[in-house]
Design a protein around this ligand. Structure first.
Ligand code: C2E
Ligand code: MG
Ligand code: MG
Ligand code: MG
Length: 282
């Protein structure tokens, strides 16, 4: 009986694994097709200075709309792109596309905006990573200091020595580095100190509980001085209301991003949005 039960269980598990694998394969093929047929696109979300109210930059966020008009969220397809290595080609395309978009915005009078681009540790671990970045800057004619790369604490899997060297190379070009989703990874303060980053992004989870008096609020309170101590600007992600914005301002948080200011939007909408925000619009 025990044996039967055992066999039943393993059969159950392998059936599950089969379903997960098939689902992943289906997603991967769909993503590859979408990439080949230019059905991926990039939207941009403004980042705001809490001090001046100025828009200091925008973050590029990848979107996939399938043929039947459904959106697949990045949190679902990025992991598949990472596992398959497709993220390397897609990531290079996101870099070029968003830098080109920044050129368009600047040509339209947008001023000194910065473009923040998410890069996965799979991309960073590629030996050609820096060449890909240099190429994207050359192709679009954009200066290195308008680019910021958003990395997460998961880069630690590359080994801290290697990450530290790579980040130094990135920074020596004038490119900025942000640590994304801070506080959600397997953070270790000992290596935070070894990541020469310019900006620390407080994860939305902590911002959400800011006005609740719960633990998340205490964590956001601690991250701000921590980032400052390490010489970084601190940006809060996912700010949705004025209460959160003013609490963050009181904590000394430098910058914010979230639905309170703007949702991620296509380039065609961002130009007018920026103009209106600056009061240039008629
Ligand atoms: P992330 O880089 O932390 O991006 C922030 C996410 O929060 C975005 O989700 C954004 O749309 C969402 N967001 C911003 N403000 C608010 C708000 O006020 N409320 C709420 N509820 N959400 C807000 P999105 O676009 O679905 O992206 C999810 C994640 O996918 C990103 O998290 C990033 O890790 C990854 N991702 C997106 N585009 C790329 C890309 O081009 N390359 C790589 N490697 N990863 C990407
Ligand atoms: Mg990000
Ligand atoms: Mg984030
Ligand atoms: Mg995230």
């Amino acid at each position: 009986r025990a044996k039967e039960l055992g066999q039943g269980r393993s059969a159950y598990y392998s059936a599950e694994v089969g379903v997960v694998t098939r689902e992943r394969t289906r997603l991967l093929h769909g993503l590859q097709r979408a990439f080949d047929h230019e059905r991926l696109f990039v939207v941009y979300q403004p980042q705001i200075s809490l001090l001046s109210g100025q828009t200091i930059g925008v973050e590029a966020l990848l979107r996939w709309r399938t043929e039947d008009g459904q959106f697949v969220p990045p949190d679902r397809f990025i992991p598949v792109a990472e596992q398959s290595g497709l993220i390397v080609a897609i990531g290079a395309w996101v870099l070029r596309t968003s830098l080109y978009a920044l050129g368009q915005l600047r040509a339209g009078g947008a001023g000194d905006l910065r473009m923040a681009v998410n890069v996965s540790s799979v991309q960073l671990a590629q030996p050609q990573f820096l060449q890909i970045v240099d190429q994207a800057l050359r192709d679009t004619g954009m200066p290195a200091d308008c680019l910021e790369l958003e990395i997460t604490e998961s880069v630690a899997v590359m080994g801290m020595e290697r990450v530290a060297t790579l980040l130094r190379d990135i920074k020596s070009r004038g490119i900025a580095v942000a640590i994304d989703d801070f506080g959600t990874g397997f953070s270790s303060l000992s290596y935070l100190d070894r990541l020469p980053a310019d900006r620390l992004k407080i994860d939305r989870a902590f911002v959400m509980s800011l006005d609740s008096g719960r633990l998340g609020a205490r964590i956001a309170e601690m991250i701000v001085p921590l980032g400052h101590q390490l010489g970084m600007k601190v940006l809060a992600e996912g700010v949705e209301n004025e209460t959160q914005a003013s609490l963050l301002r009181d904590l000394g948080c430098d910058e914010a991003q979230g639905y309170l200011y703007a949702k991620p939007m296509p380039l065609e909408e961002l130009g007018p949005w920026l103009a209106q925000r600056r009061g240039w619009a008629p």
